[in-house]
Design a binder for this molecule. Structure first.
Ligand code: GLU
Length: 441
């Protein structure tokens, strides 16, 4: 039955590999739900969930510093608004296409549901490559992108944020253009804003911090904690850096991280101040960090070959495959928490599951970012701004709630300790209940 449904979705969405993978991962978990509640199949819930409510594709023309014009493609996939306005980030990366944005929007719908906040799911972006572009070029691109996108947004409609290639600089340019076109100071239309102009404390830290809180909760179920554990992280952007920071606060040692050029290993622990300076301020390569810190830099290679107890993939989709998982298991990994969206391949997950490694799927483990975006929306709606401590305390509570929800849902369906099943079923149940209550729309 589920296979048939999946075949129809494959057929309807040809060539969208990552979208197929994300849909299958959820469908595979739902067998026990349909066995208990077959009426859900009659109501075509799955077909409705897999079809975005709206898909917007547009031209983004812009000119570079030498006056040459370029054309990129912009996307916003408004996936599901049963629980709240569309909410999800924008990704600027050359690999972006409709299938990638659909996979991200699909995942976002369940992730946002798990947070318990009133947010639906959406995602957008462009195949624009920000690498090597000047601030002025980035600004012109963002202005052109928003010149089309603004008409689809609104604090009660659709609220984008950052993702790969979109950080506070880009959100600033996007917000400025939105304000200019609409003549409205509508803080709640974008999240990830600067703290000075409507942003939230702890938003930059939120995904990484939340990921580590979730991972610590998983370890707790086995009477373990992070103290003294070696942590290996992929990526070296916001998510990776703040995951390492929180891991260190909880007594672990972050010993390796990566970027697209290779990885660094430092057994005594990564120097996070220097890493922030090199990666976030200077936007330089990781080799630059290694040169200044004296850490070992491995050009190319897989960061997962570094032995550790905790592995946190925080870069991009399908970056931890079966071979990587085998290597991690052989080296004694105890927990894997996904900071990125769908970073572990299905065969990689299987290896980890068979070896009884704690595995926190992205839609649960990395939900702290979007949850804090929802906290930013709350602050905007009440024209308030909270302290770092208060915001972080709320984030921690939310992550513990998500962990508990995934854990108890997995148990309820006879899959104790299976966070993939727990997250997929719990997310599905929340969205499904709201959809059914609101009728055939
Ligand atoms: N891009 C982030 C995610 O994947 C954050 C989205 C948001 O804050 O809206 O969840």
């Amino acid at each position: 039955m589920i296979e048939k449904l999946y075949d129809r979705i494959l057929h309807r969405n040809p060539g969208e590999r990552e979208f197929h993978q994300a849909v299958w991962e959820v469908l595979e978990s739902l067998g026990p739900v349909f066995a208990r509640r077959p009426e859900l199949l009659d109501e075509s819930l799955v077909e409705r969930l897999c079809e975005p409510e709206r898909q917007i594709i547009f031209r983004v023309p812009w000119s570079d510093d030498s006056g040459r014009t370029h054309v990129n493609r912009g996307f916003r996939v408004e996936f599901n608004s049963a629980l709240g306005p569309y909410k999800g980030g924008l990704r600027f990366h050359p690999s972006v296409n409709l299938g990638i944005i659909k996979f991200l929007g699909f995942e976002q719908t369940f992730k946002n549901a798990l947070t318990g906040m009133p947010i639906g799911g959406g995602k957008g972006g462009s195949d624009f490559d920000p690498k090597g572009r000047s601030d002025a070029e980035i600004m012109r691109f963002c202005q052109s992108f928003m010149t089309e996108l603004y008409r689809h947004l609104g604090e009660y409609t659709d609220i984008p944020a950052g993702d790969i290639g979109v950080g506070s600089r880009e959100i600033g340019y996007l917000f400025g253009q939105y304000r200019r076109i609409t003549n409205r100071w509508e803080a709640g239309v974008l999240t990830g804003k600067g703290v000075l102009w409507g942003g939230s404390q702890a938003r930059a830290e939120a995904t990484g911090y939340g990921l580590v809180v979730f991972t610590a909760e998983m370890l707790k179920t086995r009477g373990e904690d992070l103290d003294g554990k070696r942590v290996v992280v992929s990526g070296s952007g916001n998510v990776a850096i703040y995951a390492m920071e929180k891991a260190r606060q909880l007594g672990a040692t972050p010993i390796a991280c990566s970027d697209s050029s290779g990885y660094v290993v430092e057994e005594k622990g990564i120097d996070l101040d220097l890493l922030k300076q090199v990666k976030l301020t200077e936007r330089a390569r990781l080799s630059e960090y290694a040169e200044r810190s004296g850490a070992r830099f491995v050009s190319g290679g897989r960061v997962w070959e570094v032995p550790c107890e905790v592995a946190l993939p925080c870069a991009t989709q399908n970056e931890l495959d079966e071979d990587d998982a085998v290597r991690l298991v052989r080296n004694g990994v105890q927990a894997v928490g996904e900071g990125a969206n769908m970073p572990t391949t299905p065969s990689g997950i299987k290896v980890l599951r068979d070896a009884d490694v704690l595995f926190g799927p992205g839609k649960a483990a990395n939900a702290g970012g979007v949850a804090t975006s929802a906290l930013e929306m709350q602050q905007n709606a009440s024209r308030d701004s909270w302290s770092f401590e208060h915001t972080e305390a709320r984030l921690t509570e939310i992550m513990q709630h998500i962990h508990g929800l995934c854990h108890t849902t997995a148990e309820r369906y006879g899959r104790p300790g299976d966070y993939v099943a727990g997250a997929n079923i719990a997310g599905f149940e929340l969205v499904e209940e709201a959809m059914v209550a609101q009728g055939l729309i």
